[in-house]
Design a protein around this ligand. Sequence first.
Ligand code: GSH
Length: 604
Amino acid sequence: MGFLEVGEPPLSFEESKALAEYIREHGAIQFVQLYNGHKDHHTPALRWGEEMEYHAVQLDEEHHKAKIFLRAIDVINALNAAEELTNGSLIWHVEYGAWMIESVPKFPYNHYIQDLLTVEPKMVLRRMKMKTILQAINPSLCPLSIPCFPLLGVGDDYFCPKEGPDFLNNASQSLYLDDRVICPHPRFPTLTKGIVTRRGKPVNIKIPLFQDENTNPQDEPYPGFIHMDACGFGMGMCCLQVTLNATSLFEARSLYDQLAPLTPVMLALSACTPFFKGKLANTDTRWEVLVQAMDDRTDEEKNIGWRSRYGGVSRYISQCAKLKPEYNDINVPYHAPTYDYLLSQGIDEILAKHIAVIMIRDPLVIFPDKVYVDDTTTTMHFENLQSTNWNSLRFKPPPSMDSDICWRVEFRPMDVQITDFENAAYSIFLILLSRMIVALKLNFLIPMSQVDENLQRASVKDAILSQKFWFRLNVIGADCKERQFFMDSTKNSQDRIEELTMREIFLGTPEFEGLLGLLEIYLKEVVKCPEEDYNQLKKYLDLIKRRVIGETPTGAAYLRNFIVNHPDYAKDSIINGNIAFDLVKICADARVDWLLPKINGTSS
Ligand code: GSH
């Protein structure tokens, strides 16, 4: 979440609709300005950043209740003031939920291996800072990094404090989730209301309910499903994002493509969401709830094949020879006037299509004093649409006309993890993987429809052990200068795409080293990583290994186990107040012992 402008109240959706074409037209003009200003931008620097979201929660020991704390804004202001005073290294942002806190490092990471080793200590420090400020407000408050607060939208006692105007759910029209939980910055209620107005009814989220011995499937409006009906059920969840800069536009586009087939795999690996609205789900990730929560399509648009605004990427965008036209096998609607305009300005068809797909959406939040702006100095209309197309990857141009930041790719699928160790491990893995992709010119491309299929499979309960994913085996090409270190797949120029288990994807098959195998060779032979550093990195990579072989549970499996083994669990899929309290408490501790290898049956 970038800088949030404040000014006059935003327009209603109906008023915005009247300006939609204007915003698109000028968004496209602004993109062309950005493109022309930066298309030849090269940088030797390889920078990256990560972004984490947290819940601020209250643990009321006396009444054994866990609640979300809706004054995150006070905490964020205090944290930012403290950073300012101490010349600190973090920026704190608001997010969709009034109880959510987002943190990003103020300066990008830069030095390759050395900086990777600072990720976890920085995450630990962040949590300490949040905890200090929260506990100064009230000793019962603490930060929590799990994707979904278990009691969100259950009854009317899941949030505090209670004072403040009741908006009567005017924005979301939800039966379950109180609009008081929405961050008061006008962007969020406006976005919520815009989605409801545009589709003509509240959002309708249905997720399979986990069926246990005593589960009553009739307990919900759609038997056998957990029903939710507000954007906040989706955007009220936390994720871990990683942004990577590329050294050029060409490289950023290639990296975007290469990361696309890895988005479902990383979603399955990071699965940490086995419940919603106080009930166990039969799925393990936050993804599908977000897809349905941010779905502003009309029924007609749904029928003609539009996709939700939140979802997997739909098209590859590189100019690399690895991209065969037939891999772009998903038909997505695009805004034809934008496409034609971009072509007329010299932008190639592939990139023009990507931007025109973004521009088919209606803008959801327009500030009336920011409509008529200077297209040569601002990118605000482009950003308006770009930042409300929530895809598993985001291709990010430099942030402004005169920025020295290069083209970037934001990796967005991962569920946030319970501990800093895990969040650091996944960030580090992704950064190493992307640097290896660029350095070795690896090729992970498979048809986009298969990436889509994989994304569906990634949320299945225990997908990490039970599912197979379409995956490419011949990832090393003739253009890889270091190919002598790897299994030679160049003899066979045919695509070798198969369905693999997560274990095979990470640890290999007779024809493929696996992602961890490739990384090991890359770090040892290509980067010549000093042994001491390698051993440090290995403890993070080993977590991934333990997870794909089933030795360490995913966060989702751990949380599910915790619930079903709780003495108060009645085998009815319901997470009552006591269970939720104990679960939040144990997660807020963020202890890592359950993640570590077992030695003689005990955690080391
Ligand atoms: N929490 C989300 C997730 O789990 O995927 C990601 C955060 C997000 O997309 N936030 C929304 C947003 O618009 C808030 S409504 N962020 C700004 C952006 O994407 O540029």
